[in-house]
Design a binder for this molecule. Structure first.
Ligand code: HGY
Ligand code: MN
Ligand code: MN
Length: 414
């Protein structure tokens, strides 16, 4: 009888180990291509190799461990999540899915069973998109949808993605050949913290994901007129920060009106040449809009763009609106999701179907493969925050469900 708590303890130890590798001394930050990212990636690759999984690092920096079937022409079932983080992150968002995937595959290797399909365990290199403000770089390569134009994207220091790839020693000419071909895919499975409060409120350890919300990310620049804070009369100013501030609150108001199926967030705001005695002339901010309803997402996006434009016109501020990323809502595969729900029931838990407000690597993969996700309860639903936490017992419960799910896959397909 497997000891789920023992396995969960090993997983938690790896999560804590990885969490200690960070770009900054105080919190957890591992963004694409940094030394901390590379050190963390190496640690994950070592763990995969120690488990008997032959690995390789692909051209976008994903770590890929492959459990090969004796069935030559077999398709590949991918188990994955990401190892990059947001800034000052929690330690579970991403890494927990990779460490649990490694545990699941290790059990299969140690069982001595041969599967009728290959399994590829992937630690994606950039899901959050923090450094280049465009997400899913790792999974887009595996899905075959990476656009080489992304190589010209610059980070805050003006360094391009292509330059970072060169620095970390990968070969961008391999990006397209690193994809799994559409006919190779059997399925995609990701375990991830819920990052929301439902499971915590319902006292249930896991949930099956039915869909992933669509999102649009925008960079907005407000250009007014810098000026002396002491001499320019209040009614003669073109204050870029006041325009941005009016926009930020307007975004909140708009999203509150549509709160049943829409969220909108301004997470970044920068005052260029900021000084306490200077009227801000240049301000930039981000906008992140999400909904599971395609029409509402589009309507909200257009309305918020119109809001920014009218605020600029009223204040004689020039507004530059730049859509930098958009993904439509994605449905999880019905057959895989039903199998996951059956595994949850067989493990003795209530089946709670959830839509994910957070984006996940299954989004770019969904055009080439059926996807399934299993959510794990986290403390008060807190995420993208050092307070992010998962109980050992919930990791153990999730292992039980995931083992059951993987063990039932062969009948599903063969
Ligand atoms: O922002 C998100 O939805 C995820 O954390 N990448
Ligand atoms: Mn994540
Ligand atoms: Mn995240």
């Amino acid at each position: 009888m497997t000891d789920y708590v023992q396995r969960a303890g090993d997983i938690l130890a790896k999560i804590n180990d990885l969490a200690a590798i960070s770009e900054d001394a105080t919190g957890i930050t591992r963004t694409f291509g940094t030394d901390a990212f590379l050190a963390g990636r190496q640690r994950v690759q070592d763990w995969m190799e120690q488990a008997g999984l032959p690995t390789r690092v692909d051209a976008i920096g994903n770590v890929r461990g492959r459990f090969v079937s004796s069935n030559e022409g077999a398709k590949t079932f991918v188990i994955a999540s990401h190892i990059d983080t947001v800034v000052n992150a929690g330690k579970f968002d991403g890494p927990m899915g990779v460490m649990m995937g490694l545990d699941l595959v290790t059990r299969l290797i140690q069982s001595g069973r041969t599967l009728p399909f290959h399994i590829e365990l992937i630690a994606f290199s950039d899901e959050e998109g923090v450094r280049f403000h465009t997400t899913y770089l790792g999974s887009k390569v595996v899905a075959g949808s990476f656009d080489n134009a992304l190589l010209a994207k610059k980070d805050a220091l003006g360094i391009t993605l292509a330059e970072v790839l060169q620095t970390i020693g990968t070969d961008p000419t391999q990006l397209l050949s690193d994809a799994l071909a559409p006919d190779e895919w059997l399925g995609y499975f990701e375990i991830h913290i819920e990052q929301g409060p439902v499971l915590y409120e319902r006292h249930v350890p896991v949930a099956v994901v039915t869909a992933i919300a669509g999102q649009k990310r925008v960079e907005i620049a407000f250009a007014g007129m810098a000026g002396h804070a002491g001499t320019v009369p209040m009614d003669m100013r073109q204050d870029a920060l006041c325009a941005a501030a009016e926009f930020v609150l307007a975004v909140e108001q708009f999203a509150l009106v549509h709160k049943n199926n829409l969220v909108a967030t301004v997470g970044k705001l920068t005052v260029v040449n900021a000084a306490s005695n200077v009227i801000p002339g240049e301000v930039s901010c981000s906008l992140d809009v999400r909904s599971n309803d395609t029409d509402l997402l589009e309507t909200a996006y257009l309305a918020l763009h119109e809001l920014a434009t009218s605020i600029g016109a009223n204040r004689l501020i020039n507004v530059n609106w730049n859509l930098i990323q958009e993904t439509a809502p994605v449905l999880c595969d019905t057959a895989l999701t039903d199998l996951l729900a059956k595994s949850i029931r067989e493990s003795g838990y209530e089946v709670i179907p959830l839509v994910s407000g957070a984006g996940h690597d299954g989004v770019p993969i969904s055009p080439v493969s059926p996807i399934a996700m299993l959510f794990v309860r986290c403390f008060k639903g807190i995420s993208h925050n050092p307070l992010e936490n998962v109980e050992l017992a919930d990791i153990a419960a999730t292992l039980r469900v995931a083992d059951t799910f993987l063990d039932s896959l062969p009948e599903q397909y063969y």
